[in-house]
Write a protein of this length. Structure first.
Length: 189
């Protein structure tokens, strides 16, 4: 991964809220709705439970495993909790308090890559990388924009978690509504 992130790599994503204290993107508890697997929030550790904070990056546009991930690519993120934690997906509308801050959709994992058209697809944008050759690297800060309904919003932390983890996660119309809530730093799993 020294030369860049590649499809099939396993990563942890740490949120930038409060100077990088927003926690690691994580799955927890079984979801109550059909087609969804787990709730998504952030946790203090990338290894809260085996695989719960580990995500495999897959191409949503047909790139083969081992090909480099470029800023602007369309990706799926598959969680590895219990071997198959589902695909990162938008689900339902954000809560009323989240909507008050620009929130669009809740976030969960789903059984399928795209539970609804575009709901499990994310466009990955690196803020920058060294060298500036379009490759996304471990250590880069990225924004993840969902393509549901052609405008699913940016992945962010929002409010204290209602499920026992650190912070709830939703999508937002704004790429960074405040205090780096939509910044996600990539770590190698």
């Amino acid at each position: 991964m020294v030369n860049g992130l590649r499809y099939g790599d396993r990563i942890h994503l740490k949120n930038g809220y409060k100077g990088g204290q927003g926690g690691y993107l994580d799955t927890l508890n079984n979801h109550a709705l059909a087609g969804l697997k787990h709730y998504v929030a952030t946790a203090d550790s990338p290894t809260r439970a085996p695989g719960s904070g580990t995500w495999e990056i897959l191409s949503a546009s047909g790139q083969a495993p081992g090909r480099p991930v470029l800023s602007g690519d369309l990706v799926h993120l598959r969680n590895l909790y219990a071997g198959d934690g589902g695909y990162l997906d938008t689900s339902n509308h954000a809560t009323s308090p989240q909507q008050g801050g620009g929130g669009k959709y809740g976030v969960a994992t789903a059984d399928s890559m795209d539970r609804a058209p575009g709901s499990g697809r994310w466009r990955i944008f690196a803020q920058t990388s060294a060298p500036t050759d379009q490759n996304v690297r471990v250590g880069d800060v990225v924004h993840l924009w969902n393509t549901y309904d052609d405008n699913g919003g940016f992945l962010e932390t929002s409010q204290n978690s209602t499920n026992g983890d650190l912070y709830d996660v939703c999508t937002n119309a704004y790429f960074n509504r405040g205090d780096n809530v939509a910044d996600w730093r990539i770590y190698q799993a």
